[in-house]
Design a protein. Structure first.
Length: 99
């Protein structure tokens, strides 16, 4: 069992145990986070510079991560005020973004 624990992250055993997540390195996760943060910053800039009567742009979709499904993303979002409307940005998500 000790040998299995210390196999490289890209080994066949790790891929079998952890699926696609074994193929993602720390750099891949950090790059996906950087892309998500840039997209959120651009979206916020666009929202702030949109006229009051204009329609607000849709929030960006995060880079897909291994092991995370669309249902997981929907459960984490804050829900919308009306059917089909974009979800509101919560204070907690803004704090995570700027934290």
């Amino acid at each position: 069992m000790v040998m299995v624990k210390h196999l490289p992250a890209d080994s066949a055993v790790q891929r079998e145990l952890h699926g696609e997540a074994a193929e993602w390195s720390l750099s891949d996760h950090l790059l996906a986070a950087a892309v998500d943060h840039l997209a959120a910053a651009n979206w916020m800039f666009q929202c702030v510079n949109t006229g009051e009567d204009d329609e607000t742009p849709d929030p960006p979709k995060p880079v897909p991560r291994p092991g995370v499904t669309d249902e997981d993303d929907e459960e984490r979002s804050e829900g919308s005020t009306e059917e089909g409307a974009a979800p509101a940005v919560s204070p907690a998500s803004l704090a995570r973004f700027f934290g």
